[in-house]
Design a protein around this ligand. Structure first.
Ligand code: SAM
Length: 278
């Protein structure tokens, strides 16, 4: 079943947190000249037109990127905001970069990216977005299967972004299994797992299962826009980062209060916590 379409959600508060964390990790990898790989298991289409009827229908980006993109923000957000700026030259917010476009804006000539997208409508759009780009490899395959086949990468440095739709209950377990397999093949890679808080117990279960893998250095970063509830809908989202760059914790400690202030001043909440410390 592939019913999830990211176009409805592009640029929402969850994308903002996800892509900020992603861009900070890539900034850290760029501190060294040695090449790195960016591997995106669930890529989407790479760029979203916010005037599309699906984006307009939900208007989610208005409560996300639209709240911050032209505000004065700390320098740490430069790479992320630059990825948006280059798609919107005339100062109007029309396009929002998906995770592959955010990453592509940060790649140097020695770096490469691997993208997987299974959806039969989204895959061709992703291919078109990176047409003839020799630094980008794109597969219409299961993201977890391609990850398993690609590790360890020849560069031995890099970031894996795992961003499934979580439409099916087993996807939480799939993530844990993928981490267990991947870590055996490549223990020094950086893994960033995006998660939505729809039912808090799904996240608690996933964190417990990750703790049980015996992996050190797992950091949880979360921004909520309203308190947890038993009603339907996403109230918060976050990233679970394995082997985070050393500055990520303090960077997000500084950035999250600003995001809360802009996006959900009255009901927002945030945390940066070690699930498993070093
Ligand atoms: C949350 S969206 C990705 C958004 C993207 N990472 C971003 O930040 O711009 C999840 C994507 O995963 C795709 N997908 C679902 N199951 C998949 C699978 N098994 N392998 C690869 N892609 C899958 C969906 O079609 C959807 O485009």
């Amino acid at each position: 079943m592939l019913s999830y379409r990211h176009s409805f959600h592009a640029g929402n508060h969850a994308d903002v947190v996800k892509h900020i964390v992603q861009s900070l990790i890539l900034d850290a990898l760029k501190q060294k000249d040695k090449p790195f790989v960016y591997h995106d298991t669930h890529s989407g289409v790479g760029r979203y037109d916010l005037t599309h009827e699906w984006s307009e229908k939900t208007g989610e980006y208005k409560q996300g990127i639209a709240k911050i993109w032209q505000h004065s923000m700390p320098q740490e957000l430069d790479s992320y905001l630059n990825a948006i700026q280059v798609l919107n030259q005339d100062n109007a917010l029309r396009y929002y970069p998906g995770s592959p476009r955010v990453a592509r804006a940060q790649l140097r000539k020695q770096d490469r990216m691997i993208l997987t997208e299974l959806h039969p409508s989204d895959y061709p759009l992703l291919q078109q977005e990176f047409h003839r780009d020799r630094q980008v490899s794109i597969y219409q395959e299961d993201g977890f299967a391609r990850l398993k086949a690609s590790l360890p990468p020849k560069e031995r440095r890099g970031l894996v972004l795992i961003d499934p739709p979580y439409e099916l209950a087993h996807e939480y377990r799939d993530v844990v299994r993928a981490i267990a397999q991947s870590y055996k093949r490549w223990a020094t890679g950086i893994y960033a797992i995006w998660y939505p808080v729809v039912n808090r117990y799904d996240i608690d279960d996933m964190l417990e299962a990750l703790k049980g893998l015996g992996i050190n250095k797992i950091l949880q970063i979360e921004l909520g826009v309203s308190p947890d509830t038993n009603e339907r809908g996403m109230t918060a989202s976050g990233m679970i980062v394995i082997n985070p760059p050393w500055k990520l914790e303090s960077q997000m400690q500084a950035i999250l209060p600003l995001l809360k202030q802009e996006i959900a001043p009255a009901t927002g909440h945030f945390k940066v916590e070690w699930v498993v410390p070093e």
